[in-house]
Write a protein that binds this ligand. Structure first.
Ligand code: TMP
Length: 207
């Protein structure tokens, strides 16, 4: 039986990594086969692309170049890993995926959203996302929680206005895809958030 594909999305510092770990623990305890991956990255080639994208020294990077690098990283990860793991029946949990590109390069950088949707389609081919967990917390609060931006990450160094646009982008994406996107209030405590995610995934018949 085909596995399930769950993506995790949200602004910087919303507690995505913690929730990914808690979800993996839960699924593993249920006896499910779980495969975790992240974007950009997740394969040798995609991790190489990640380094180029996030390198704070790459100040000359053009926005379209950046977009195409994210798409290239996604194509490689999808073909090399995600497709196969889903065929093998794994729960594939991906830290960021197509919505990140729409939110960051589309809503925040201002690149053509229809073009991004087309490029995402090319990158993912036949793969479909079963559920996306959007950890809903605005960047003003998430950066406080995180203790400031990671200056080694070219995207995180962007100003607060950029991150506000990312957040608004996510809210639009969630509103446009109510069947796929699960919105979770990420201001709650971590155990409470984890329980909300599990309940929503159960309701959707994914767990
Ligand atoms: P991370 O910090 O969650 O590992 O993600 C790396 C950065 O890349 C983060 O700032 C979000 C950004 N990003 C995009 O701008 N577009 C994308 O398509 C993806 C996957 C990530």
């Amino acid at each position: 039986m085909r596995g399930k594909f769950i993506t995790m999305e949200g602004c910087e510092g919303v507690g995505k990594s913690t929730q990914v770990s808690l979800l993996i623990d839960y699924l593993t305890k249920l006896g499910k086969k779980v495969y975790f991956t992240r974007e950009p990255g997740g394969t040798v080639i995609s991790e190489q692309i990640r380094k180029v994208i996030l390198d704070p020294e790459n100040t000359e990077m053009d926005a379209v170049t950046e977009l195409l690098l994210y798409i290239a990283s996604r194509r490689q990860l999808t073909k090399e890993t995600i497709e196969k793991k889903l065929e093998e029946g794994f729960y594939v949990i991906c830290d960021r995926f197509t919505d990140s590109t729409l939110a960051y390069q589309g809503y925040a950088r201002g690149l053509d959203k229809e073009l991004i949707k087309k490029l995402n389609e090319i990158a993912v081919g036949e793969v479909t996302i079963d559920a996306t967990v959007f950890l809903d917390l605005d960047p003003a609060n998430s950066f406080i929680r995180k203790g400031g931006a990671d200056m080694q990450d070219r995207l995180e160094r962007e100003n607060i206005e950029f991150h506000k646009k990312v957040y608004e982008g996510y809210r639009h994406i969630a509103a446009e895809n109510p069947d796929r996107v699960i919105c979770v209030d990420a201001s709650a405590g971590k155990e409470e958030i984890a329980a909300m995610i599990i309940e929503a995934l159960e309701k959707k018949g994914i767990i």
